[in-house]
Design a protein around this ligand. Sequence first.
Ligand code: VG1
Ligand code: CO
Length: 548
Amino acid sequence: MSLITVPSTPYAGQRPGTSGLRKKVPVFQQPGYLENFVQALFDGLDGAQGTTLVLGGDGRFHNRVAVQTILKMAAAHGFGRVLVGAGGILSTPAASAVIRQHGAYGGLILSASHNPGGPDGDFGIKFNTANGGPAPEKITEGIYARSQTITAYRTSDAADVDIDTLGTRELDGLTVTVIDPVADYAALMRETFDFPAIRALFTGGFRLRMDAMCAVGGPYARAILEGELGAPAGTVVNAVPLEDFGGLHPDPNPVNAEDLIAHMNGADAPDMGAATDGDADRNMIVGRGADGRAFAVAPSDSLALLAAHATRVPAYRRGLAGIARSMPTSCAADRVAQALGIPCHETPTGWKFFGNLLDAGQATLCGEESYGTGSDHVREKDGLWAVLFWLNVVAATGQGVEALVRAHWARYGRNIYSRHDYEAIATDGAQALIARLRGQLAALPGQTLGGRTVAAADDFAYTDPVDGSVSRQQGIRVLFSDGARIVYRLSGTGTEGATLRVYLEAVENDPTRQGVETQAALAALIEVARRLADIAGLTGRTEPSVVT
Ligand code: VG1
Ligand code: CO
């Protein structure tokens, strides 16, 4: 067993996107592909010698191979210890919790999150820093720059190490400690929420269907909901993580979690449904509607509602310092912040922009329209945390999901919201579309489109209030005088062509009209959005591929 240096040449395109480097599995299987990226990452680290690194992933295909590769490279780079989740498993929020609780230098999370997995699916890798959060752009851009000049990587020729048995072993001078992936996270949830109240809810017969979508959330949900909180066995379904997620698309929205929606539509629907994604950082909450149909909570509404009820949760009993939401997320949270007299920060898409605000104590809760909610308990969004938060609020108020949302709308107004995705379109057409919109921005204010007047239009730029860093070109915004908004941006997590996201929002303050069907209520705005960007002409698509 010895440390070795292996010559290598750069691979194009190793630039991390919204959340790490994501590519098709066969791309990651090329010789030296993962090694180059990890070498470029390790090359940029200061003072990592002898420190602790956290390692784990969502268990998708290639996870175990990648864990072994990274352990050997960590040995060659002088880390003191790696904490690896048993079986190579750590959900994204659990990895964040472990980094923080063990004072680690940082962590590597192996996941392509909500993207499908399997031999032809996606794989990904993400670096989180000592605060437990995704590395900021300054670091990810540095990794990319080095990946393009790499000439060799350093590793160990030692045999694979056992990652399935808890305990400590040695790999070429590196201490490898295999940890229970759930323990630290469960402890954190126990101190965050009112577990006795949630337990009483289940004892009283409240029924939850928690769909882990054959992804990494299963073991966490089972241990906490069924193991600790007394939810009946079988509450968590699709609870065993599979390398290909059972062929399903582990993205918890009403389109991909159709089985959960079907159950919530059924005659024997439980009181509440919930789902988490591939790496368990996203969540969807579904109520049993009074009309017998599933009542899916819009993620932007979920953030606003949790903020409004936060003081019912032990960890937030003293109130929130502030809220943060990504720019495309609806302004529902802003209304709650205003009522509470606290700031609401608007950041670019992606959790890495929340880290500084959370570290500086300027925000307590954060969220995105893409089924992501979280708080300062970790530095990632957190799916099961959101489910527990809802259960805590239901237990404390005695109200169901739908009643809570309708009462929220009546009090704060409803920000009717939808996202239309045009997936796997040609990259050239997508870029031309955004460029053309940029050219139109100056002329838009004052124009009347679909009966609404444009108040402002810009290409969103963000100056981080903590470190002053500036991120430009983060999405085209068209803001109307009645509070409606259209936002256009290109996805930074896809692995096939480009994906255009169109975010639509309209305000309805009249409680008698808040029950409208979302797409119908947004019809005029949808029409404007399509025409303004000439989506059909520039992408060849007349309809979006996914509507959430
Ligand atoms: C998408 C979402 C974004 C989210 C990101 C990572 O990014 O829109 O809100 O933070 O995925 O989520 P994009 O660039 O494709 O729009 V996860 O659960 O895939 O880590
Ligand atoms: Co995710």
